[in-house]
Design a protein around this ligand. Sequence first.
Ligand code: CTP
Ligand code: MG
Length: 239
Amino acid sequence: VTTAVVVPAAGRGERLGAGVPKALVPVRGVPLLVHAVLGLAAAPSVASVVVAAPPDGVEPVRRALADALPDRPELVTVVAGGSTRADSVALGLAAVGPDVDVVLVHDAARAFAPPALVETVVAAVRRGAPAVVPGLPVPDTVRKVAEDGTAHETPDRASLRAVQTPQGFRRAVLDEAYARRSPSQPPTDDAALVEQLGVAVHVVAGSDEAFKVTRPVDLLLAEALLAAREAREAGGVQA
Ligand code: CTP
Ligand code: MG
């Protein structure tokens, strides 16, 4: 079984508002995308990574990743992403090698997802699940709000999960989902697209550290997380 990861990284990062594409925003001096790819490279089952980069930034992204992984020049391929996340995933998927039979899709913005989470998702697909997503219990109460601002519906929190990436798929399933997608209805994520084929999506336990860097406050969390990881490594204390 060969596993590849498609990394959509072509978004503009409007909510972060850093003035550069989110994938290139540095945390402790290293771009988010480089953090993300280093995390994937540290997962033993990942044989290749295809990055969908901002279309005007393919060459600099290629160089930054080559510099970050000097010992593994074959690991990463960089292609130009598209104007929606799904377009970027489709462009990345088209560059996945023919020998690959398990494909993960992982947001560059979830740059600190632990390698153990990647392994958990891969293992679930290898055990037979066609589609696997990490999910976390939702800490807030979620209400459905009508256009007039009133809320009449409150789903039971116990049955809700906030879904993360990496999401894992049997390659044939993801290929089919993307081949059939309607460009006028962008999916919220890859698992939602696969669900439209009638395929069951299996949920595994997610990780707090796989949070998506979305708003400025998330950068503070990212800095603190990296500082804690460095301190732990320096102290030789096991996580
Ligand atoms: N993405 C992509 N191509 C796009 C849009 C998004 O590859 N055209 C990627 C982003 O780079 C990110 C992931 O999809 O890694 C999740 O998207 P999101 O967090 O929404 O990132 P942005 O679209 O960059 O942020 P915003 O919505 O705030 O502009
Ligand atoms: Mg977006």
